[in-house]
Design a protein. Structure first.
Length: 411
């Protein structure tokens, strides 16, 4: 009998792990559990589907047959409620149990609700799944006034969706700049202007007091200073709650994410974690980090899969994430860990071209590029090579400098 590998979650991390495991250990039994009713699809493209620019089929990646043809057992609409780490059994919501040799927790997160009155009113949307997206698209097609809450990467997707459907909207933010931990006011203003051009008006320095509703439907957003913003469509993107119920009492450590080493191993025999939920030891930056991006989740799933088959420290996760935003007439890329810096340097080159680099302990660790994103791979190389550039920091913002030549002095 081959080994039994269980994968909880069929996002990109779980899918990548399942594929690698079956390739490396063809005689094994690989079972993928997902509480969604659909096999892996492309979450990155959901925003384009919601804008009306893609049809639903373009977002699909796998169907059930893809797994079955490879001998992978996929169980849709199946939630795992508990892992019994002592007996190596997982408990399925339908009352079944499944023995495992190795299990991967790749359960990601669920968008957090705002804890204010009427936050469950009809017309208030969260954005994560295909089901959410269908609701968002259908509603945005007919809505009159929108309000988006949450100045981050998912919030701006919701704002762009309202813009694409011509919904006159307010984008309500806590601070005075969009994605304030990664951008400055100068860089943020480029984005704010483009939002205004789409009829999405940024509203700064506000906290939400409550939603107004009539007959169960949202009517307006009220802020703590008494302002009322009429909205029959509301998008809330204020962070994720990680799906960790199943690891209670397993001994797996949790610190706003499942703590794993650079091999995606939790430290508890047979249990690995990967993707958005994993708080991993980053060997490049030398710290515990977490990342919510597609490429990173996929790579972590692959590393976890390798190690589940070949031994817990066979492969290391070594990766610089990036995240692109394509809502405007110019590209935006965030790379590395731009919100983790201790020191920031920035430069504006033209109306829609700006860069900001984040440094920690004298090393580049990430940045955001607006307009010209062509230097992304050079900056990533500087991070990967752990270059100490204390006396060269400003020069790496100079477009005339050959960034290849910066890669000389390693930490
Ligand atoms: C709208 C949107 C746009 C995005 N845009 C970008 C982008 O442009 N670029 C980028 O890099 N990243 C983007 N991301 C982020 C990226 O999609 C995620 O980082 C990535 O999908 C995370 O993959 P994952 O496998 O860790 O988790 P998920 O994709 O969240 O998958 C986890 C799965 O586990 C299931 N699950 C949870 N608990 C259980 C349980 N107990 N039992 C069974 N199943 C369970 C969930 O239902 C889910 O299907 C976007 C995300 C969203 C939602």
């Amino acid at each position: 009998m081959g080994k039994v590998y269980c994968i909880v979650g069929n996002g990109v991390a779980g899918d990548a792990a399942a594929s690698v495991i079956k390739e490396r250990d063809p005689k094994s039994e690989v079972i993928v559990f997902t509480e969604e009713g659909k096999a892996l699809y492309n979450r990155i493209l959901l925003k384009e589907f919601a804008k009306g620019k893609l049809n639903q089929n373009s977002v699909d990646i796998r169907d059930e047959d893809w797994y079955l043809n490879r001998g992978i057992d996929i169980r849709l609409n199946t939630q795992i409620i508990r892992i019994d780490s002592e007996n190596k059994i997982i408990e399925v919501n339908k009352g079944d149990h499944q023995k495992y040799d190795q299990v991967l927790v790749a359960t990601g997160g669920t968008p957090r609700e705002l804890n204010v009155p009427n936050s469950g009113a009809e017309g208030i949307h969260h954005f994560w799944t295909m089901r959410d997206t269908i609701g968002i698209r259908n509603h945005a097609e007919t809505a009159s006034f929108g309000a988006i809450i949450g100045a981050g990467l998912l919030g701006i997707d919701l704002a762009a969706i309202c813009g694409a459907h011509g919904v006159e909207s307010k984008y309500i933010m806590r601070g005075d700049v969009w994605w304030r931990n990664a951008l400055s006011n100068v860089g943020g203003e480029i984005i704010h202007k483009s939002l205004r051009d789409k009829n999405v008006l940024p509203v700064f320095n506000k906290e939400i007091e409550c939603f107004e509703e009539r007959r169960g439907k949202v009517q307006a957003v009220v802020t703590t200073d008494g302002e009322r913003h009429e909205a029959d469509f509301v998008g809330v993107a204020v962070g994720l709650d990680y799906n960790i119920e199943l690891i209670q009492n397993t001994g797996v450590e949790y610190r706003n994410g499942i703590v794993v080493d650079e091999h995606m191993f939790t430290g508890v025999e047979g249990i690995y974690a990967a993707g958005d939920i994993a708080r991993y030891h980053d060997v490049i930056i030398g710290e515990e980090l977490q990342n919510g991006s597609w490429g990173s989740a996929k790579k972590q799933g692959m590393v976890a899969g390798e190690n589940m088959v070949k031994g817990r420290d066979y492969k290391k996760f070594e990766w610089i994430p990036s995240y692109s935003i394509t809502h405007f007439k110019y590209p935006i890329i965030s790379f590395g860990h731009p919100t983790e810096g201790e020191k920031f340097l920035e430069k504006k080159y033209s109306e829609n071209e700006w860069r900001r680099l984040a440094f920690k302990h004298g090393r580049l660790i990430g940045g955001v590029l607006i307009g010209d994103v062509s230097s992304q791979s050079r900056y990533k190389k500087i991070i990967t090579e752990r270059v100490e550039q204390v006396d060269q920091e400003m020069s790496i913002l100079d477009k005339k400098i050959d960034l290849e030549k910066i890669v000389v002095k390693k930490a």
